[in-house]
Design a protein. Structure first.
Length: 123
């Protein structure tokens, strides 16, 4: 990895940490959230960033949840941005968004964003 890329990645990490620290001090505004709407708002912004790339978006139905819509939008934006970044060079780039099937009696939902990007070297 070249030095410029390392510096850029470090800058992004620092920006994300600063955003997270400000978020941690903000008051949460929990309410009923239409997760499909919130995710689509983040996706619309992401699509502007990938104009000209034909990303294959596979989006499953998302449930309503209780949470802070602004914070959830930030989470989706970050996950979608990362997925799109890591699919560069893939033909076609593919990003899947959904919720895992789990215990129907559970009080929580587990969402996912999958991509066909390069992945990480676990070694």
């Amino acid at each position: 990895m070249n030095t410029r890329r390392k510096v850029r990645q470090t800058g992004v990490l620092i920006d994300d940490l600063l955003l997270f620290s400000r978020t941690g001090r903000a008051e949460l505004h929990n309410e009923d959230v239409d997760m499909e709407r919130v995710m689509n708002e983040a996706l619309d912004a992401c699509r502007l960033d990938v104009a000209g790339r034909e990303v294959d978006w596979v989006i499953g139905p998302l449930p309503r949840v209780t949470g802070d819509p602004a914070l959830l939008r930030q989470v989706w934006a970050s996950l979608l941005d990362n997925a799109v970044k890591h699919t560069r060079g893939r033909t076609p780039p593919r990003v899947e968004i959904g919720v895992l099937d789990g215990d129907p009696d559970a009080d929580e939902d587990a969402f996912f964003v999958r991509d066909n990007g390069v992945g990480f070297n676990m070694a």
